[in-house]
Design a protein around this ligand. Structure first.
Ligand SMILES: Nc1nc2c(c(=O)[nH]1)N[C@H]1C(S)=C(S)[C@@H](COP(=O)(O)O)O[C@H]1N2
Ligand SMILES: [Mo]
Length: 316
């Protein structure tokens, strides 16, 4: 089947912002709407509108790499976002995602379970820009200027109890907004997790933006994870729930096929996927091949995290 790829400016009418919401936002911004006219207090809060002025954030010079960023257009036209379909060309479909308003729940082993508005989280934790590599398990790689805050800062903010051994992340669950979630083949919602040691490593990064702007919907707006030393499926998109847990999370891809997509999923050129080699990777944009690096080039920062875990399947 041949599918014509829609360009950004050709979005179907039904995917445009509903007029009513636009009206409300403009009116609220202009201060011209009587308070009682707003049906839900959440409508007056707008994740993107409230945070857009914070971009571009200051680049953190400790996280730069020699190769320049992948061109933005290549990055937003070749994505994995199964909530919007299994093809790489899901940007138009993902326009149905509504990141405004957005709340993130904190629960599990925390002193005070709570729900926080996205923009309040951003204001509490601040933003910086980091240039990171990203390596998909399928064998393609890119370099992205992400904006966000360290996962460690979010862990401190959440105040986990001492019994917490893992941080578990969940994507929103709304099959009306994300038709891919109607498929019974997948164990929705998308779920990922890291150990507390991984979560508090300097490299683990919560992402709210890319290329100096708020995160595009297709890249997992308004809040996703970036774990650059692991295969890309660990970097969960559109996070709405963060739980601190004692047991290892049952992750989305491991539930589907634990032999191919395990919990640790650290990048290693010497450990092939059961169905293909991981020794090299295709650069997104140019399609040039380059050698895969151990821990995707971040071994100095993260290798020691796994010293006590040699018996585990660390690279799958
Ligand atoms: N919720 C959700 N998160 C997800 C995925 C997904 O399908 N759904 N795909 C993962 C995979 S396999 C990769 S490689 C990256 C892709 O991120 P990108 O589209 O920004 O390149 O997102 C990851 N996070
Ligand atoms: Mo991936």
């Amino acid at each position: 089947m041949l599918i014509r790829r829609l360009k950004g400016w050709e979005l179907p009418e039904r995917e445009a912002t509903p007029e009513a919401l636009m009206f409300n936002r403009r009116a609220v911004l202009a201060g011209g709407l009587a308070a009682g006219a707003i049906a839900s207090p959440l409508l007056s809060r707008s994740a993107w509108a409230d945070t857009a002025g914070l971009y571009p954030a200051k680049r953190n010079a400790a996280f730069t790499i020699a190769s320049g960023p992948t061109p933005e257009a290549d990055n937003t036209n070749y994505n994995n976002f199964y909530e919007y379909g299994t093809s790489k060309h899901v940007a138009a479909a993902a326009e149905a995602l509504k990141p405004d308003p957005w709340t993130v729940s904190f629960d599990g082993l925390v002193d005070t379970p709570r729900k926080v508005a996205f923009e309040d989280l951003v204001k509490a934790l601040g933003l910086e820009e980091r240039l990171y590599r990203h390596r998909c398990v399928e064998g393609w790689a890119m370099t992205v200027p992400w904006t966000g805050f360290p996962l460690k800062a979010l862990v401190d903010y959440a105040k986990p109890q001492s019994g917490a051994k893992y941080v578990q992340f969940e994507t929103f669950m709304d099959p009306k907004m994300a038709p891919g979630q109607k498929s019974f083949f997948y164990p929705w919602p998308y779920l990922e997790g890291v150990s507390m040691a991984e979560a508090t490593n300097d490299l683990a990064f919560m992402v709210t933006g890319a290329y100096g702007k708020p995160l595009p919907k297709v890249m997992g707006a308004p809040l996703r994870l970036a774990l650059p030393w692991k295969y890309g499926f660990k970097s969960i998109k559109s996070i709405s729930r963060i739980s601190f847990v004692a047991e290892r999370p049952k992750t989305f891809w491991a539930q589907l096929n634990a032999d191919e997509y395990g919990f640790w999923a650290n990048v290693n050129p010497a450990v092939p996927h059961p169905r293909w080699s991981q020794s090299s990777e295709a650069v997104l944009g140019t399609n040039d091949r380059q050698p895969t690096q151990l821990f995707n080039g971040y071994a100095a920062q993260v290798a020691s995290l796994y010293d006590g875990l040699k018996g585990e399947s660390l690279y799958m």
